[in-house]
Design a protein around this ligand. Structure first.
Ligand SMILES: [Zn+2]
Length: 425
């Protein structure tokens, strides 16, 4: 089986050889995240507001770059929008009436009220509405990695799974009603491609339906139509799913791809939603082939969810031994003695210039064996002894103990760059 993130024909790297299975299944991302210096918190910043350390930020940047490129190849246009909006915006979107319990209270500035946004949807709606749209522009796919805020009570916060500041991989497709099913299906394709690269295994697909009570928009016909679209897509794909009431968005039903953490608790990161509500609230339109205005459908989707929850899951799933393209340090250079230190430093420089995350484990940091153990989670360990230094080579060792052998420096950097790239579907 090919390990996610690796290309066929290249050296295979298995998981965390240094961690026993028992240790791996007991991994709590909060413990491991601090041990591996991925993230931390500070009471002065506040609970539910973790920060990423350089290693965690490197993993997040790799994910962001991958998802951005995946979306670009699938026809998305990326935008940037502010994390604040006027209270009226959320009254219009329906968040104020249906979702205000989860929103931070408004800030009063110059006689106006501003809210930290609870979702990116309203901003993207306004971007769609910024000019008249034609049927020729549809489906219009808009994506953004943007901040959103949730007023969680401090009692339920911990680590990266329940946070007050979320950096969401979000996207909205504005399309004609007859295109909606196809766009939902394409969104599921994107999600499945990303999961394969990240090494995420879905536990189940959940069709999340509305529950009772005033949290949901009251329009039974609208709900029936949007649920119908999602059911048709799931059935056409031959995808098994469970239905669950009370788990939908306030404006429409969702397909949630459920995953489980180390303690078997289920959570969702990836989602696709059909929304027939917000386009009406904002009076969105496009000009049809007959020159008449029509109302688009909105498909909300997140390929990998919020960066925080995704990171927590990846830390646990990989027990810190991330796929090579995600690893905070992808290659460590190990000169055997001081004599090879200079050659080692030069190799690190070449790796860094080629876009790799590489570092030197200097001989003054201990014996070769001790340094290999210190870097046991680094996918590629490049050893330079007297023989390799003389022949301008490095001996490549994989983190699972596998040996590639001596590779000329000339070829090594290019090869490493290939081994450390995600496969874009
Ligand atoms: Zn949305």
């Amino acid at each position: 089986m090919q390990t996610p993130g690796e290309r066929p024909g290249f050296p295979r790297i298995r998981g965390p050889f240094a961690l026993s299975l028992k240790e791996a299944t007991m991994n709590d991302h909060r413990k491991l995240g601090r041990e591996l210096q991925l993230f931390d918190t500070d009471p002065l910043i506040g609970s539910g507001l973790p920060y990423l350390l350089p290693a965690g930020a490197a993993v997040r940047k790799a994910i962001e770059d991958y998802v951005h490129e995946l979306e670009r190849r699938h026809g998305y246009q990326h935008v940037n929008s502010p994390v604040l909006g006027k209270r009226e915006l959320y009254e219009r979107s329906g968040h104020w009436a249906h979702y205000s319990d989860d929103m931070f209270p408004p800030m009063e500035v110059g006689g106006e009220q501003f809210v930290l946004r609870p979702s990116l949807c309203p901003h993207h709606v306004l971007i769609y509405r910024s000019r008249q749209r034609s049927h020729r522009e549809l489906p219009l796919r808009v994506a953004e990695l943007g901040g959103m805020y949730r007023c969680e009570l401090s009692g339920v916060l911990g680590g990266l799974t329940r946070v007050r500041a979320i950096h969401l991989n979000d996207g909205h497709v504005f399309c004609a009603p007859e295109q909606a099913a196809e766009e939902v299906s394409r969104s599921l394709d994107l999600i499945e491609a990303a999961h394969a690269q990240l090494g995420i295994r879905a536990r189940r697909y959940r069709l999340s339906l509305r529950g009772d009570g005033g949290k949901y928009v009251d329009d039974p016909q609208m709900w029936a139509r949007s649920e119908q679209i999602l059911r048709e897509v799931l059935e056409a794909r031959g995808q098994e799913y469970d239905e669950e009431k009370g788990e939908s968005a306030f404006y429409g039903p969702k397909i949630d791809i459920q995953i489980a953490d180390a303690a078997e608790r289920e959570t969702s990161i990836s989602t696709v939603q059909v929304d027939l509500y917000m386009p009406g609230r904002f009076e969105l339109s496009y000009i049809g082939p007959d020159q008449q205005p029509r109302r688009p459908v909105m498909v909300h989707r997140s390929v990998v969810g919020g960066m925080e929850r995704l990171l927590s899951h990846l830390i646990e799933v990989h027990a810190g031994a991330f796929p090579a393209w995600l690893a905070p340090v992808q290659a460590v250079v190990l000169p055997v003695s001081d004599t090879e230190a200079e050659a080692g430093q030069a190799l690190v420089r070449r790796c860094v210039e080629a876009g790799l995350r590489a570092e030197l484990a200097h001989p003054d940091r201990g014996s070769l064996g001790a340094r290999v153990r210190q870097h046991r989670l680094v996918p590629y360990q490049l050893v330079i002894g007297p023989r390799e230094a003389a022949s301008h080579e490095a001996a490549v060792r994989l983190r699972d103990g596998g040996q590639v052998g001596a590779v000329p420096i000339e070829h090594l950097v290019n090869q490493l760059a290939g081994w450390c790239s995600p496969v874009l579907a």
